[in-house]
Design a protein around this ligand. Structure first.
Ligand code: GLY
Ligand code: MN
Ligand code: MN
Length: 448
């Protein structure tokens, strides 16, 4: 877990990023003395009085681990951050103070009863940009429209989010611990014959989180539903017990996410599926070892496709050589998502395709539109490595009816459709030396 020392160092590093971001903004004609990060404004469902589950603005979260709407951080280079906590008197909702933790002693915190008191609390906000989701709130603070998330500021702020501090790594590691424990409980529930719904419940209980506190809606898919990449339902006893479980779920610590996937198969699952499962787990380890400074994430992604080609050829699913299958693009329907993404405050963290701190985007290679990460890997980057192999009828049909149909052993494919698919996902930190897998020692793969 983190502590006041790590948090203090984190703030010093953020101050350096802030200075550089303001210099870059100035170079692009946007003169600023500071940035006001707003946790955001709550919204209600249409024609209702129930609030939508609230998540603070990610850039706000990077400064302070405060939940809830309307709080602000005023960050100015070389100065202690000023935090204004908005705590309305209320009896519908619990207005208890925020518990004391490692962070309060490192910033200047004041408390007000409503957002209308924030401007008076902070004084002169000229030359300050607003970062948050509410132009109305920016207006109430007197920030002019052209200083609401100006692109010249957001590019560098997003870019520097990719460099995780030790404090941030400690929080993600803590989130990995909670998620790993919960994944093991989910696996046990699956082996006992539980339904998707029950596995989901067991996961949450072991993670110690409410569903709305997890960083994304956990995926617990049995059998053919393992092929739905972001399967959003939970079936009951009518679809249990399963032969295969694909569990893709994380946990959150102070707003930082873990994102882990394991696929488990009962011993009586199809032996070819077991062979593929062991193979994906083995080559995932090789890809994790490639998370090194200067390495190309795009190349790692293409390397994953070469591994998929080899495995499918070895299993007899491709009737052509692995090299030929790869060259002809035959692996794409079997592995139709990107190798992974930056991870942090957001599960799919910002800046993965950004070309430099002053903007621009690097598109993924042709034929790989869902690859979220194209920037070269650097120390401090925290990335998921999550290859997979799936049997997705919607993607297989064009292959079956196209000119490459004879390259595939369809009898075997049809046998495996009921197993759905495989994904193995770990959270990996690039360091100056060996990569550090933040999850593997906590959560073994399907081979043990
Ligand atoms: N859980 C979503 C993903 O792995 O990207
Ligand atoms: Mn995931
Ligand atoms: Mn992921």
């Amino acid at each position: 877990m983190t502590d006041a020392t790590l948090y203090r160092e984190h703030l010093e590093i953020l101050d350096g990023y802030l200075q550089r971001a303001l210099e870059e903004a100035r170079d692009h004609g946007v003169e600023l003395k500071g940035v006001l990060f707003h946790s955001g404004r709550e919204v209600e469902y249409h024609a209702d009085d129930h609030p939508v589950n609230f998540k603070p603005t990610p850039h706000f979260r990077r400064w302070v681990p405060v939940e809830g709407p309307e709080h602000v951080v005023l960050a100015r280079p070389g100065q202690r951050p000023r935090v204004v906590v908005v705590r309305p008197q209320d009896y519908w909702y619990d207005p208890s103070p925020i518990p004391e933790s490692y962070w309060q002693g490192e910033v200047d915190v004041t408390e007000v009863g409503g957002f209308d008191q924030v401007a008076a609390e902070l004084g002169n906000l000229t030359w300050v940009a607003y970062v948050g989701d509410s132009p109305a709130a920016a207006g109430e603070l007197g920030v002019p429209p052209h200083l609401i998330e100006p692109a010249a500021l957001m590019y560098p702020l997003d870019w520097y989010r990719a460099y995780k501090t030790d404090h941030e790594v400690a929080l993600v590691r803590d989130a990995c611990e909670d998620a790993a424990r919960a994944h093991l409980a989910a696996r046990d529930a699956f082996l006992e014959g539980a339904s998707e719904y029950q596995i989901h419940e067991r996961y949450l209980e072991a993670a110690g989180e409410l569903e709305k506190e997890t960083p994304f809606f956990p995926i617990s898919a049995l059998d053919e539903k393992c092929s739905v990449l972001h399967y959003q339902f939970k079936r009951g006893r009518e679809a249990a017990p399963g032969t295969v479980l694909l569990m893709d779920a994380g946990a959150a610590t102070d707003g930082y996410a873990s994102d882990l996937t394991r696929t488990w198969a009962r011993h009586d699952a199809d032996p070819v599926f077991h062979q593929l499962l062991a193979g994906v787990d083995a080559f995932q380890r090789k890809l994790v070892a490639g998370v090194r400074p200067g390495a190309s994430y795009v190349e790692l992604h293409l390397e994953a496709h070469r591994h998929v080609a080899r495995l499918l050829a070895e299993a007899g699913i491709f009737k052509v050589s692995a090299e030929e299958a790869y060259e002809r693009g035959l692996t794409r329907p079997f592995f139709p998502h990107g190798l992974g993404h930056h991870l942090g405050i957001q599960v799919h963290d910002v800046g993965g395709r950004q070309t430099s701190s002053s903007g621009g985007t690097t598109a993924p290679p042709e034929g790989h539109p869902y690859l979220r990460t194209t920037r070269p890997i650097e120390p401090g980057h925290l990335l998921t490595i999550e290859p997979g192999i799936y049997f997705i009828p919607m993607l297989l049909e064009p292959l079956r009816s196209g000119s490459d149909a004879s390259a595939v052993e369809w009898g075997l494919v049809d046998r495996l459709v009921s197993c759905g698919g495989i994904r193995i996902e770990d959270d990996v930190l690039c360091t100056a030396g060996e990569p550090r897998d933040l999850s593997r020692d906590l959560l073994p793969g399907p081979r043990g």
